[in-house]
Design a protein around this ligand. Structure first.
Ligand code: GLA
Length: 386
């Protein structure tokens, strides 16, 4: 599958399906989080960037209240929905993402009438690269324009998050939608998740002869169930016991005292968040002072913290990270919510083939499913492309 989105292909697919041209084509990227994991819902800091894999939607408004939706993956069957009886409790499958956005906009007083929608995406789903946020952000960007809603990028972030929380049922933060909407070419986004203030941080990998490899372990995860929600609950418990609004308000200096107040497991969850927030701040500073070649130790320390304190890694992610490091990677870590998904490795560009081969071999030797490995670079955020 080609990584970059071809607007003409999406428009042509729309026309083939629905028999007329779309009003436009909008796309929004998936993301890699360079550092700052599970800090978003703790009102802390994150540093993601958009990747050159994206979801694109071709849309044409209709005169009635019917939505017809098709995606290029799956069975390509048209799903037809009466928007007058749209309920956030009855959505399922991939259409929950676009229809969830429409429902949230409706709750905000932005009425979206009938439409035909064709979705195509090059973001692998379940790989920890925010395939769902990419769909939400493409759809939110499209209807913001088509309905002249005038929402700011930060407001669109919250639309996507609400769709994820209230419709899909995953208690996620604002990392993914912020990366998809706020990114620009060549930069990472340094985001304060308490204030939604953000700053672009140049990430010039080419100049440093570096690249970032994504290793999709093919271990899939779902954040609507299981470990993700349990980690969030632990963090909320920690904040409550420590008497703070959110773990953002706890610093490394507070940790010795916190260890006496919290049970052992909750303490380790809290320690991950506290040290991870500091690592994000340090990474931004080091990038500014010395460039990407100097951030490796921070990335690798982040992985160790997620593996040992937050316990969201898995054997496949650990093997990808360890093998990349053994091959001379500058740094490596799992990225995204965890329990599967992808790892990233910051490597010398010249080592791409050697590192990739070593990881493929290590996975085969361990009896793991073959991973998908590809390079990514910071790409533009959501926009109209056709
Ligand atoms: C998922 C969630 C994000 C964030 C990350 C972990 O991607 O959607 O909100 O919590 O996990 O950093």
């Amino acid at each position: 599958m080609s990584a970059s989105i071809d607007a003409a292909f999406v428009a042509a697919s729309f026309e083939e399906t629905f028999g007329s041209k779309p009003d436009g084509v909008w796309s929004a990227p998936g993301r890699v989080n360079l550092i700052g994991e599970h800090t978003d819902y703790n009102e802390g800091f994150v540093l993601p960037f958009a990747i050159d894999r994206a979801a694109a939607v071709a849309i044409r408004l209709r005169e009635d209240n019917t939505a017809r939706l098709v995606s290029s993956y799956g069975d390509q069957e048209i799903v037809s929905v009466d928007l007058t009886s749209l309920s956030h409790q009855s959505m399922s499958g991939w259409t929950a993402y676009p229809l969830g956005v429409v429902w949230v906009m409706g709750q905000m007083g932005i009425t979206v009438g009938g439409f035909d929608l064709y979705l195509h995406s090059t973001v692998p789903s379940g790989a920890g690269l925010s395939s769902s946020a990419a769909i939400e952000c493409a759809v939110a960007t499209a209807f913001n324009e088509l309905e002249s809603a005038g929402l700011s990028l930060n407001e669109l972030v919250l639309v996507g998050q609400r769709a994820e929380n209230e419709v899909v049922g995953a208690p996620t933060g604002i990392l993914d939608q912020s990366a998809s909407l706020l990114s620009t070419d060549g930069n990472a986004v340094f985001l304060d998740c308490r204030t939604q203030e953000s700053k672009l941080v140049p990430l010039d990998l080419d100049a440093a002869e570096l690249l970032i490899l994504v290793v999709d372990t093919k271990v899939t995860h779902a954040h609507a169930t299981g470990g993700y929600a349990a980690r969030r609950a632990s963090c909320e418990l920690g904040a409550q016991v420590l008497g703070v609004q959110a773990l953002r308000d706890v610093t490394a200096a507070d940790l010795p005292e916190a260890s006496g107040l919290l049970d052992e497991e909750t303490y380790r969850r809290v320690r991950h968040i506290v040290t991870e927030n500091q690592r994000v701040l340090d990474t931004v500073e080091v990038l500014d002072d010395a460039g990407p070649a100097a951030i490796g130790a921070l990335l690798t320390a982040s992985h160790a913290s997620m593996r040992d304190d937050f316990e969201i890694s898995c054997p496949e992610l650990d093997l990808a990270v360890d093998t990349a490091l053994a091959q001379g990677a500058v740094g490596a870590r799992m990225t995204g919510g965890g329990f599967g998904g992808s790892a990233i490795a910051l490597i010398q560009s010249a080592d791409e083939a050697a590192v990739s081969e070593a990881i493929v071999e290590a996975f085969a030797a361990a009896g793991f499913t073959a991973p998908d490995i590809f390079a990514v670079s910071p790409a533009p955020g959501a926009r109209r492309i056709g």
